[in-house]
Design a protein around this ligand. Structure first.
Ligand code: AMP
Ligand code: MG
Length: 344
């Protein structure tokens, strides 16, 4: 299959390209498109067969449900069983990087929910995503547009790397601003519960709903996550990733890098701006300033992919403390590193 790239400027949207992409969605085909979190791999969310193509294209385990993307709050009514006043308090954060899980309506195909009785919904803020959903006139089911297990794509070229020849269309709408996936909050039980941390943090969400909880697995890593997607190996570069947090991390990483180099391994470094001078003799990428976690989330996945392009065997990276956005970033880093996270 030939994969076509449609380049669309967010600030001056080419409606003919949107119409073309939407016609693929309506025909039951897949379209990769930008959102403010990461790029999504979209299908008509009310078409079971189309949604099954997503699992095939990504190699996604069939028990991992999909998020439905809407372009207006009114689209929710047909998709979920009940919306309470309490739920509505969170709607102020929409459109944005937040996914809410509700009891599903009968309209939702099994492929979306992986056979379960709940459905995940997100109202993204990216203008290209909104134009596509409106034009397709259907909720769009979309997980991240990577091969399962790989770092999520934050630009069209990342999607192309994984999906060339597999899907018919990629919309190139520039870089995703946020760079890590949405915060997933389960509203289907008695207490609102964060299943996946994201740009909206636990500390922030607790200010809106004071009974907000964190899924047990996010507090105690030996517990099984409620969200199926959190069980799997994820976000992993081809190279081995090792993460270090604490005192004197740059000096420690430098020593370790020298040791790996002596063993004949090609080492890549991910460091904060404040420390990058120390690593001039290695391929390194900056994660931004140590105090700027938004930049770190923006560049994290693309840096892992860039390290693979550079062909390194081992990536040594600085991590951050696990609070606020740092908790969401470390959630991704731990999985990408298969838990090789070291506190010095
Ligand atoms: P992705 O779109 O690949 O970033 O993954 C979506 C995330 O939302 C995965 O972790 C899914 O397991 C999770 N998810 C989607 N639908 C549900 C649901 N109905 N219940 C629990 N988790 C869900
Ligand atoms: Mg994903």
């Amino acid at each position: 299959m030939k994969t076509e790239i449609l380049k669309i400027n967010r600030d001056n949207i080419n409606i003919d390209f949107i119409k073309k992409a939407a016609s693929f969605i309506k025909n039951g085909d897949l379209v990769a498109f930008p959102t403010e979190t990461v790029y999504g791999l979209g299908a008509d969310g009310l078409n079971d067969e189309a949604c099954r193509k997503i699992f095939k294209a990504k190699g996604r385990p069939s028990d991992n449900p999909l998020i439905l993307h809407i372009s207006h709050i009114s689209m929710l009514d047909n998709l979920v069983e009940e919306i309470t006043d309490k739920h509505r308090k969170l709607f102020d954060l929409w459109p944005g990087p937040m996914t809410l899980i509700f009891k599903k309506s009968d309209l939702i195909p099994d492929a979306v929910t992986a056979g379960g009785d709940t459905v995940a919904i997100r109202f993204p803020s990216d203008k290209v995503a909104l134009a596509l959903i409106s034009q397709a006139n259907t909720p769009i089911a979309a997980p991240s547009a990577n091969i399962s297990g790989r770092p999520s794509p934050t630009k069209a070229s990342d999607v192309y790397q994984d999906m060339d020849g597999i899907i018919p269309v990629i919309i190139d709408g520039g870089e995703s601003n946020i760079g890590i996936e949405s915060t997933v909050i389960d509203l289907s039980g008695d207490e609102p519960t964060i299943l996946r941390p994201g740009f909206y943090t636990y500390e922030f969400l607790k200010e809106i709903l004071d009974d907000m909880k964190l899924d047990d697995s996010l507090v105690d890593s030996t517990k099984i996550p409620k969200s199926p997607g959190q069980k799997y190996k994820h976000y992993a570069p081809k190279a081995k990733l090792r993460v270090f947090i604490g005192e004197n991390v740059p000096a420690y990483i430098l020593k370790l890098a020298d040791k790996y180099k002596e063993e004949g391994k090609k080492v890549g470094i991910l460091v904060f701006d404040e420390d990058k001078d120390k690593f001039a003799s290695y391929p390194y990428l900056s994660l931004g300033s140590r105090n700027d976690l938004s930049t770190m989330s923006h560049v994290l996945f693309s840096s892992l992919r860039e390290m693979d392009r550079l062909g390194v065997d081992i990536i040594l990276a600085e991590g951050v403390r696990e609070n606020h956005l740092g908790k969401s970033i470390m959630n991704r880093m731990k999985k990408a590193a298969a838990n090789d996270v070291n506190y010095l």
